[in-house]
Design a protein around this ligand. Structure first.
Ligand SMILES: Nc1nc2c(ncn2[C@@H]2O[C@H](COP(=O)(O)OP(=O)(O)O)[C@@H](O)[C@H]2O)c(=O)[nH]1
Ligand SMILES: [Mg+2]
Length: 469
């Protein structure tokens, strides 16, 4: 996104390119209203440049303008609603015109082309949001929240992104920065007045400030574990020997018949992965072939795939047939699964129990009895999965979760700088050193809200957006 000119008027199709009820072409910049004047004919004949802000008008987009003298006909492209949002009360803080037309690819392209002919430039990816940031309407973490909202996989992830858009993270970061600035000022006053050590009372104040900030940063970093899950989803793998009901379990969790279930062992040859929304957690769950001793090339490949899913899984659902005694294969899987966070599923709980439950309990804490066939115990299993994710750490749902890798890295850097400052303070190093570490910490926090982000960082962030956002 090199050399973008912020004085240009930009235009883009803001809705997905496909057929839809409506589609939107968006313009932003100084010429947006003048361009609208040239392409829009209102039913009441009033030109867009005379509209009040935040009003909607009915009319037509046409290639020409009505001229009474020649009695020329309008070359209409579409019947539309045109919305005007004047600077600075708009998404970009510039004049914005949104044209809502019928949602067809050709219509949208024709309208966009017309706007371009009249002087607009095609917008780059994320350029509307980038303008909102550069024009000071939102800071960088809030701009990134826009992308997270678009990408949210579950309602819970969406809720968290909305908090970030609202500025919850920015507010917290600014508070920490203010506290740092105070501490730095205190140190700098000391540098000016004495060549010697920092006064004990002041050292104590700086130390307690550092502790306070570090604590807050720790909390934010703790939440990042959950943030990663909200962003990327949790990977689970269903493991178990053939015929224990793995595919039935996946179907039961999905509440649909996704995978073929049969009494013939070896029905599932290839791993099947599905995503489901488990109480707000995007759960990627893979059903595997219950092959332990491959008999042919296909089975060897199937085993390889199972292993791959197993290796990358955050969570293993180890399935047993509770109506049968443990087999050597079951015991082999117990050994393997112990290396991972595992929930044991004693499936076929509708049958007379014959499995050695006590033996399994010696290896795993979490056991859930389920009947995939009768759809029993599934709620308990879901709860066990949720618990294994949140680990009881997430107390209230209004807690802020940091999910952006860039933010996490900046917080880690800030924390390291604080540790160095603490160490310098303890070993009574020169005040200069401590102040320098605190300044570094402040810079790292600034990165989150974008106060000191370079063009390369901005490019990287906004290039992930779609055109028209
Ligand atoms: N009684 C009973 N049978 C089940 C249950 N779950 C699965 N089955 C049966 O066990 C057999 C194997 O199931 P399937 O899901 O294909 O097992 P997989 O090989 O582990 O994927 C099928 O005949 C299922 O109908 C259950 O909860 N109770
Ligand atoms: Mg199967």
């Amino acid at each position: 996104m090199k050399e973008i000119n912020l004085f240009d008027t930009i235009a883009a199709i803001a809705t997905p390119l496909g057929q839809g009820g409506i589609g939107i072409v968006r313009l932003s910049g100084k010429e947006a209203l003048a361009i609208a004047d040239e392409i829009f004919t209102a039913k009441d004949g009033v030109k867009p440049s005379r509209y009040k802000s935040h009003t909607v008008h009915y009319g037509w987009i046409a290639k020409n303008q009505k001229s009474k003298i020649k009695n020329q006909k309008l070359e209409i492209i579409d019947e539309v609603l045109l919305t005007v949002m004047r600077a600075p009360r708009s998404y970009t803080k510039e004049d914005i015109v949104e044209i809502s037309c019928h949602g067809g690819i050709v219509v949208l392209r024709e309208i966009l082309d017309l706007a371009l002919v009249k002087g607009a430039r095609p917008a780059q990816r994320g350029e509307f949001t980038k303008r909102a940031f550069l024009n000071g309407r939102i800071d960088l973490s809030r701009a990134e929240a826009v992308l997270d909202i678009i990408n949210a996989k579950t309602c819970y992830a969406l809720e968290n992104s909305i908090k970030q858009l609202r500025g919850d993270l920015s507010k917290e970061v600014r508070q920490l920065k203010d506290k740092l600035i105070e501490a730095i000022a205190l140190l700098e006053a000391n540098i000016d007045f004495s060549e010697e050590d920092i006064a004990p009372a002041e050292a104590q104040k700086v130390n307690s400030d550092i502790l306070f900030i570090k604590n807050k940063i720790d909390k934010l970093l703790d939440s990042a574990v959950h943030g990663k899950i909200l962003r990327e989803g949790l990977s689970a793998v269903i493991l178990g020997r053939a015929n224990t009901g793995k595919s039935s379990l996946l179907n039961a969790l999905l509440k649909e018949e996704r995978v073929i279930v049969s009494p013939v062992a070896g029905t599932t040859r290839d791993a099947v992965e599905e995503i489901l929304d488990l109480q707000g957690i995007p759960l990627k769950i893979a059903d595997t072939a219950g092959i332990i001793e491959p008999k042919d090339l296909i089975e060897q490949e199937a085993l390889k795939r199972t292993r791959r899913y197993f290796d990358k899984a955050d969570l293993v659902l180890l399935v047993f047939d509770s109506g049968a005694r443990l087999t050597a294969e079951d015991r082999l899987l117990i050994k393997k699964a112990k290396a991972k966070t595992t929930i044991v599923v004693l499936n076929k709980s509708d049958l007379r129990p014959r499995i050695e439950e006590a033996e399994i309990k010696r290896h795993f804490d979490c056991l859930v009895k389920v009947s995939s066939l009768k759809r029993k115990g599934l709620k308990e299993l879901e709860q066990a999965i949720v618990r294994s994710v949140w680990e009881g750490k997430l107390e209230a749902s209004d807690e802020l979760i940091v999910s952006n890798v860039r933010h996490i890295q900046a917080l880690k850097k800030a924390k390291e700088a604080l540790s160095r400052a603490q160490e310098s303070l303890r070993s009574k190093l020169s005040i200069e050193f401590i102040a320098e570490d605190l300044r570094f910490c402040r810079e790292s926090l600034s990165l989150i809200i974008g106060e000191s982000a370079g063009e390369d960082v901005l490019d990287k962030i906004f290039s992930q957006f779609c055109i028209g956002k």
